[in-house]
Ligand binder design. Structure first.
Ligand SMILES: [Zn+2]
Length: 326
């Protein structure tokens, strides 16, 4: 599902709380962005405008779609649609810690929740809170697009029932400069650099990476297995606002225009043809731990649809004319 204008609900909420027209809130948000030379996202500007109007969403129960990066004291209810295993880690000081993630959904959206407090994590460990349960979260904080619970937060079971759960991945159409870690995004950008393909082998049963041992390829789960050779290519994308390093895996290389992986000469030509090409890329933003930089893991590539583009340009120019008219 593609969420356009994902801050619309928050604009409506600010308008209601401030007793002003939505258009007025919108105008203030855009004026704030212009004043800050566009260095801030519309969502960020909306928060500043809300603060200036003396509106706080602290301790107010919000829908998941209304949660924005930077919000604190967040209250929300949602159904756990996936639960990940508890992980242990050691801090730099040598302390042992635990962390647990799950995804909650309501009728508007879904979001990743991160638990840091051992009391909350023990609720997961002893099975009191589990997948498919509805939970009420109080006093949590938004970090990027994740909801984090610390020792001052509350996590309880709730009797709230959701009829329709939005469990599909939420993809946001965004400019590269507005990309945030762990977000699913879609963007139109130019390929400005491409690197040599890298090859690796995966288990033919589970599709996970295998290591080569003395007797052939070994899968951590399936032992000695038949394997498949796969490739990936790193590219750099630029949309005029920022650039980002991206990874395109095997399955998507064809839609990128790379088909001759084993023919060095053809591959050089195909890689050259990529440069300057504009396409629509969809995927997830992850932190690349090696480079300590955000990285765009692409899982879908589409040609730029000219008809749609023209329609969009017309709408934008109409909007511009309207705002000049005011
Ligand atoms: Zn395997």
């Amino acid at each position: 599902m593609l969420l356009q204008g994902n801050y619309e609900r928050i604009v409506t909420k600010i308008a209601q709380s401030a007793n002003l027209e939505k258009e007025e809130i919108e105008r203030r948000i855009q004026a704030k962005r212009a004043k800050l030379s566009g260095l801030i996202s519309s969502e960020g500007a909306a928060q500043i405008v809300a603060a200036e109007l003396g509106i706080s969403f602290d301790n107010e129960k919000l829908k998941i779609e209304e949660l924005l990066p930077g919000m604190r004291k967040v209250n929300v209810v949602g159904k756990i649609i996936s639960l990940f295993p508890v992980r242990c880690f050691t801090t730099k000081k040598g302390d042992e810690g635990k962390v647990c993630n799950f995804i909650i959904a309501d009728d508007t959206s879904n979001i990743k929740v991160v638990l840091w407090d051992t009391n909350h994590i023990s609720l997961i460990e002893n099975g009191k809170i589990d997948k498919d349960k509805v939970v009420e979260i109080k006093n949590a904080s938004m970090r990027d697009n994740e909801l984090h619970l610390g020792s001052f937060s509350e996590l309880n079971l709730s009797d709230e029932v959701f009829e329709n759960i939005k469990s599909e991945r939420i993809v946001r159409e965004k400019k590269i400069k507005d990309f945030r870690i762990s977000e699913s995004v879609s963007t139109r950008a130019f390929i400005v650099q491409s690197f040599e393909p890298r090859f690796f082998h995966v288990c033919s049963e589970c599709n996970k990476k295998v290591v080569s041992g003395e007797e052939g390829f070994i899968c951590a789960e399936h032992g000695k297995v038949a394997s498949e050779k796969k490739a990936l290519i790193n590219i750099v994308l630029d949309d005029g606002t920022e650039n980002i390093r991206a990874v395109v895996f095997h399955e998507n290389l064809k839609s990128l225009g790379i088909s001759d992986l084993d023919n060095t000469e053809r591959l050089i030509v195909q890689r050259e043809e990529l440069l300057g090409k504009e396409m629509i890329f969809t995927g997830n933003i992850r932190m690349n731990k090696f480079f300590n930089n955000p990285e765009f893991i692409i899982d879908n590539i589409n040609e730029v649809d000219l008809d749609n583009l023209i329609k969009e340009l017309e709408e934008n120019s109409n909007a511009a004319q309207n705002s000049f008219g005011n």
